[in-house]
Design a binder for this molecule. Structure first.
Ligand SMILES: Nc1ncnc2c1ncn2[C@@H]1O[C@H](COP(=O)(O)OP(=O)(O)OP(=O)(O)O)[C@@H](O)[C@H]1O
Length: 937
């Protein structure tokens, strides 16, 4: 598979997709040109309006003239911006880029080979990857021993690199397992070096961006002061100056944002693309030390991480070509691990899916949007009328006072009613979406192939159903609940502020840029921390769940403290990050509050001056100042609620991927299509050249060329040493898995052609580990039966046949006895008898008994065996039985006994014929006879 680089996954809110990135310089250039043009127009207008002032200014050099009547300074500043901002951006990109991304690494990749293959110098037939620029590659290529000089040693900058060379020399001396470990160490050291490089680059980026934002703020403040002082009374069109000034300020803002976007996007840390392992770029991270590798489930000392969806991978798996196949991570079906392209979700795709999900509730949504529009409209009107009330009080105008109060009351009532209607509709939609998602997710999980469960961890699945579901729906809830309203308030408030006083607004909005810069930087920082917290809590939950599920083993080994320590370790890491986040949050709040209060002071100061101003063109009323303050607060609070929205979308896309990958992933074995099996058909079972390999252990062939026919209505016993593949054969008959090669036939028809759900209705299965639900005994026996399908009498008959009736009736609640989680309140033998009763009740055509009597005492075993024999001889019902047994006494009467050894059927025949062979079976029998001789009865 090829390896390319992607930049689509945001690590910070300012990173954009490849397409937009290419256009960024163009956008910046356009903004700068517009900026200069606007300033030139302002200069020209001011020159036309005050032709004499130019001469006065040149003569007297009076600065007050420049502030009140001339705009040449604005043109000069625009020209300064035209050079300074691109220069700072260039410096930011150069110093903010990682050195490892230098082109010489690419060269090495093209030449690379040997160990270089670790990071894909050559893959799949040795296709060189010209796009890859990796920090690890120079060393990898060097170590390939193909004549490259030790570039890493030549590099005096990083100890990590020198350490690598030392390690490599050790590697040359070492061999075997040590090689792998040393290779990992080399990679880890090199990656750590890269990590430091990334940190340095990030710091430089922050400095460059802060300089740009700081400078832009100064430019804006200057423009604000200019707007306040400027005399527009002599202008031909009174609105031309304000509108050009506003355009100029918009240009300044756009320039600084484009510059920062360019720095972030052009100097973005280059992750490693390993599409066969993970769909997003992976970044070396120290944050995942102690995490579990998502592929091999081992603890990570040093490793890589995907910041988009918190995927962690250790150095070993990162270097392995087969990690995904062998590892436990990833969504897999019966035919193998799902390719990442099938399960990766980009933020935009998430957005589309979210819209699609929400579209099912369009009626309620339409109602909510109408209410939202009306509520927002009334809310935006109310400050104006409250302002009029203040003016009426000041003017002692009673009729106007009462009139405005009446309007204010109506607006408040309308806003309340529409607001609650909006909230009701959105909340109902939100709850319904949550219901829908959870149910679909559970459906997605429960229908997965058994191979999926071989790899999955229950804790992880549970956390997908709780945390990820919530995180995925969070932005939709936010969007419905508050985001849209905030957008209305933000833009509505902005317009109203400019309508009331554009001068005051120009001044007040100078504080906006630093607040945006501060809060967006904090958002990126906090987002990273929160993802880590999220992962640590998830891991803590997994530990708790595992410990609780195995509480008896924990108690028997007295390992409570060990489990507690593991749990505490994870939660402590989460706590550490939580506290770090709290401090950063407090710092950001402090700074933005200070700026915010500064803005309010400016508004009060300059607004007060405007109220007291004798200049008609500048003056505003006290009521309008009050209204202005209310709009300002509206803008502030809506901005606060908007600022996390984009980040929450990126975060939700990660969670959505974990949820939707399961929802979308259809099982390879479809249980509900195919031919419906009937009880009348032949129930012979045939294995034809069957080979089988478990996905989780791809190197071990468990079944090798099995050819075997079990005739209908006969008993076939599978015997053999532990681990030889008997249970696997039963699993294949149940179609838990499909054979890797060969066929299984039921009644002469291929198993894969049957409708599995219908087939299983005729199959009775008792496994080695009896699985029970936390219900009553009766409910457990009737599990999966339709209501009225069986009578109470059938139930009792089945229990009697399974020798379970006596012990059940000995319980005070009889059949209604609750047996606890996984049947913990029953003995192993009791559980097994209930499982046998469950099977007998259904009167299946094919019985699969995997050590069905292993947990029974000798007496119960013979009773159950007797009843099975009776059932076999019954004329009404004919059963095909596949029996796995270690106790050979249970297989003596079988029509056919198959001896399985290391996945191969070595002997076949009846008891007598096999005894005559004097092969493995005879040895097994004599071994058991010897054992029983020594047993005490
Ligand atoms: N889900 C699985 N994933 C990977 N390997 C497995 C899985 N289940 C079983 N195995 C391996 O397959 C081999 C055969 O296992 P199987 O359970 O079929 O043996 P068995 O003959 O039934 O043993 P026993 O008599 O002890 O139950 C064993 O080596 C086992 O470790």
């Amino acid at each position: 598979m090829g390896r390319g680089r992607k930049r689509t996954v945001d690590q910070s809110s300012l990173v954009v997709s490849k397409g937009v990135k290419r256009l960024l310089p163009l956008f910046l250039f356009a903004a700068l040109v517009l900026d200069v043009t606007v300033s030139a127009l302002l200069t020209q207008n001011s020159f036309k309006a005050h032709p004499q002032t130019w001469k006065d200014f040149v003569k007297k050099r009076d600065l007050s003239l420049l502030f009140e009547k001339l705009a040449l300074d604005l043109l000069v500043l625009a020209l300064v911006r035209m050079f300074v901002l691109p220069l700072l951006t260039f410096v930011g990109v150069v110093t903010g880029s990682t050195k490892a991304a230098a082109p010489e690494a690419e060269e090495e990749v093209v030449n690379g080979g040997g160990v270089g293959g670790f990071f894909g110098a050559k893959r799949d037939g040795g296709t060189p990857n010209h796009t890859l620029r990796q920090p690890l590659l120079p060393i990898a290529a060097h170590h390939a021993g193909n004549g490259h000089h030790c570039r890493v040693a030549d590099d005096d900058e990083g100890n990590g690199r020198r350490a690598c060379c030392g390690l490599w020399n050790r590697k040359k001396r070492g061999s075997g397992e040590g090689h792998q470990r040393i290779k990992e160490e080399i990679e880890a050291a090199e990656a750590l070096h890269f990590y430091k490089d990334v940190k340095r680059a990030n710091r430089n980026k922050i400095i460059a961006e802060s300089l740009i934002f700081g400078l832009s703020t100064l430019f804006q403040v200057y423009s604000g002061i200019k707007a306040v002082c400027f005399d527009v009374s002599t202008f031909k069109h009174s609105l031309s100056f304000p509108s050009l000034m506003v355009l100029s300020v918009i240009c300044i803002n756009a320039e600084s944002i484009f510059c920062c976007m360019m720095i972030e996007s052009f100097a973005k840390e280059q992750g490693i693309d390993k599409p066969d392992v993970h769909g997003h770029p992976l970044y070396f991270s120290k944050a995942n030390t102690g995490h579990t590798c998502d592929l091999c489930r081992k603890r990570i000392l040093k490793g890589y991480r995907c910041w988009a969806c918190d995927f962690d991978i250790c150095m070993k798996c990162m270097g392995s070509k087969t990690a995904r196949v062998e590892g436990e991570g990833g969504v897999r079906g019966d035919k193998g691990v799902r390719s990442e392209s099938e399960v990766t979700l980009k933020p935009m795709e998430y957005f589309n899916r979210a819209l699609w999900l929400a579209s099912s509730e369009w009626r309620l949504l339409a109602c909510a949007f109408m209410s939202l529009l009306l509520a927002s409209g009334t809310n935006l009107m109310s400050p104006i009328f409250s302002g009029h009330v203040f003016n009426a009080i000041k003017d002692e105008n009673h009729p106007s006072f009462l009139h405005n109060i009446r309007i204010f009351v109506v607006l408040s009532l309308a806003s309340g009613v529409f607001g609650s209607c909006r909230s009701l509709c959105f909340r109902v939609v939100q709850r319904r979406l949550s219901f829908l998602t959870r149910n679909r997710l559970f459906e997605g999980i429960i229908r997965q192939d058994i191979a999926f469960y071989d790899a999955a961890q229950t804790g992880d699945l549970i956390s997908r159903m709780s945390w990820d579901c919530n995180a995925m729906l969070q932005p939709i809830s936010n969007l419905l609940g508050s985001t849209l309203q905030s957008i209305f308030f933000f833009f509505g408030g902005l317009i109203m502020c400019f309508v009331i006083s554009w001068r005051l607004s120009m001044l007040a909005f100078t504080t906006m840029l630093p607040i945006i810069h501060l809060t967006s930087k904090y958002a990126v920082f906090s987002q990273r921390l929160n993802r880590e917290i999220f992962t640590f809590i998830g891991m803590a939950n997994s530990i708790a769940q595992e410990a609780m599920a195995n509480i008896r083993t924990v108690r028997a080994f007295s390992t409570e403290d060990v489990e507690l320590k593991r749990y505490r370790q994870e939660t402590k890491e989460a706590l550490k990050r939580g506290i770090r986040d709290a401090f950063a949050n407090a710092g950001t709040i402090l700074l933005s509050n200070l700026i915010d209060y500064g803005a309010s002071t400016l508004i009060l100061l300059y607004g007060g001056l405007l109220v007291m101003s004798k200049n008609e063109s500048k003056a505003i009323s006290i009521g309008m100042l009050y209204a202005y303050l209310r709009f300002w607060n509206m803008i502030q609070s809506s901005y606060q609620s908007l600022q996390g929205v984009m980040n929450s979308f990126t975060k939700a896309a990660g969670a959505a991927q974990r949820v939707l990958s399961l929802m979308d992933s259809l099982p390879d074995i479809d249980p509900s299509s195919g031919v419906v099996a009937t009880s009348q058909m032949s129930w012979s079972v045939e294995f034809q050249n069957v080979f089988f390999v478990y996905q989780m252990r791809p190197d071990v062939v468990v079944l090798k060329n099995i050819n075997l026919k079990m005739e209908s209505s006969e008993v076939c016993a599978l015997v053999g040493p532990s681990g030889c593949g008997k249970t696997t054969m039963i699993s294949l008959i149940l179609r838990y898995y499909d054979p890797t090669n060969g066929k299984i036939l039921i009644g002469g028809r291929e198993l894969q052609s049957f409708n599995l759900k219908a087939l299983h209705k005729h199959v009775g299965y008792v496994s080695q580990e009896t699985q029970m639900f936390a219900k009553t005994i009766e409910e457990n026996i009737l599990y999966g039966c339709e209501e009225g399908e069986y009578t109470q009498e059938d139930l009792v008959t089945a229990c009697k046949a399974a020798n379970a009736h006596d012990f059940i009736t000995s319980f005070p609640s009889g059949y209604q006895t609750r047996i606890g989680e996984r049947g913990v309140r029953l003995s192993g033998g009791q559980k097994q008898r209930i499982a046998i009763a469950r099977m007998m009740l259904r009167q299946p055509k094919l019985l699969l008994l995997d050590e069905a009597t292993s947990a029974l005492d000798a007496e119960s075993e013979s009773l159950v065996q007797e009843s099975i024999d009776q059932l076999l001889e019954s004329k009404e019902h004919k059963y095909t039985v596949v029996l796995v047994a270690h106790r050979l006494s249970t297989v003596v009467n079988a029509n056919q006994i198959c001896v399985v050894d290391k996945g191969v059927v070595t002997e076949r025949g009846t008891h007598d014929s096999l005894m005559k062979l004097e092969g493995t079976y005879t040895k097994l029998v004599s071994k058991q006879l010897e054992k029983t001789k020594n047993m005490l009865y």
